[in-house]
Design a protein around this ligand. Structure first.
Ligand code: IPD
Ligand code: CA
Length: 285
């Protein structure tokens, strides 16, 4: 028997924590959006709610499983709270690939939507064991919609097992994507989209990578790609899409990374990947 809990046990910890987090995000938005600051560029925003939700989730995870690592978007590798004291023998594992359980959190994915009131912003929480994502939950905080997955246990929404799209023709694909916050990166991403838009049914830019990936899992989008995603953007949603039958990878067999994340049904992955390679979608800034 593994020394680590089963994926469904980790999911059963994650789901109530993520629901509470989504409730906090929703409540804070209803009260007032405060402390709006910028991060990497003038368009990359963070609010008091992003930070408060992250702190709340880390505290809840620390209470449930004090020895686990946590990687969150706003505070990094569990830097926001003192490590558990020596009496409980806890130690935080290091970066991806480390041994043990590590939680990966985006407290609010889709912060610009949150700022404007577009109902597509989500809490995204995944659990990794020895560097492999085994459980994930994504909750759209605006609507309460909830997607879950465990490795080998399928992807689910509201008691329904999810299957990705059966589309096989790239020309018929509804394709999701996203853009980074850096102008130079966007210029390249825009050029790639300008080429792709004539080869697919249409393009969608929802504004929250975790929801894009869950949409692929649900067949609401046929496929999705984006350059520049961090682990907290794709860990939970990527597992949902994978468990719904999609392939979630980088280009040329690489794992999903900052370079590129592509999520597509098996029959579409090859044609989409070829187009993305041809257009140098992982290139540019
Ligand atoms: C962003 C969203 C967006 C994607 C960006 C992400 P954030 O996350 O997921 O859709 O295009 O690449 O950074 O900043 O809202 O948490
Ligand atoms: Ca975020």
């Amino acid at each position: 028997m593994s020394e680590f809990p089963a994926a469904d046990e980790l999911l059963s910890i994650a789901v109530p924590v993520a629901r509470e987090a989504a409730a906090t995000a929703r409540r804070m938005r209803a009260e007032a959006i405060t402390d709006v600051e910028t991060k990497s560029t003038r368009t990359d925003v963070v609010t008091a709610a992003d930070r408060a939700v992250e702190r709340q989730v880390v505290e809840a995870l620390r209470a449930a499983r004090p020895a686990d690592g946590v990687l969150g978007e706003e505070y990094g590798e569990a830097a926001l709270l003192p490590a558990p004291g020596p009496t409980d023998g806890a130690e935080n594992p290091g970066p991806t690939g480390a041994k043990g359980v590590r939680w990966i959190l985006d407290p609010i994915d889709g912060t610009v939507n949150y700022l404007y009131g577009i109902p597509a912003y989500a809490v995204s929480l995944a659990a990794e064991v020895d560097g492999v994502v085994v459980a994930g939950v994504v909750i759209n905080a605006a609507t309460g919609d909830e997607w879950t997955a465990t490795r080998g246990g399928g992807a689910w929404r509201a008691g329904r097992r999810l299957r990705c799209s059966a589309q096989t023709d790239l020309a018929q694909v509804l394709l999701g994507t996203g853009f980074g916050y850096d102008a130079k990166r966007r210029a390249h991403q825009g050029a790639v989209i300008a080429q792709l838009i004539t080869r697919v049914r249409d393009i969608r830019r929802i504004g929250a990578a975790s929801l894009d990936l869950c949409s692929v899992g649900e067949g609401v989008l046929d496929a999705y790609f984006e350059k520049g995603l961090n682990p907290w953007d794709h860990a939970a949603g990527g597992l949902v899409a994978t468990e719904a039958g999609a392939i979630v990878r980088g280009l040329d067999g690489a794992p999903p990374s900052l370079e590129m994340v592509v999520a597509a049904p098996p029959a579409l992955f090859g044609p989409l990947e070829s187009a993305l390679v041809e257009l140098d979608a992982s290139g540019g800034a």
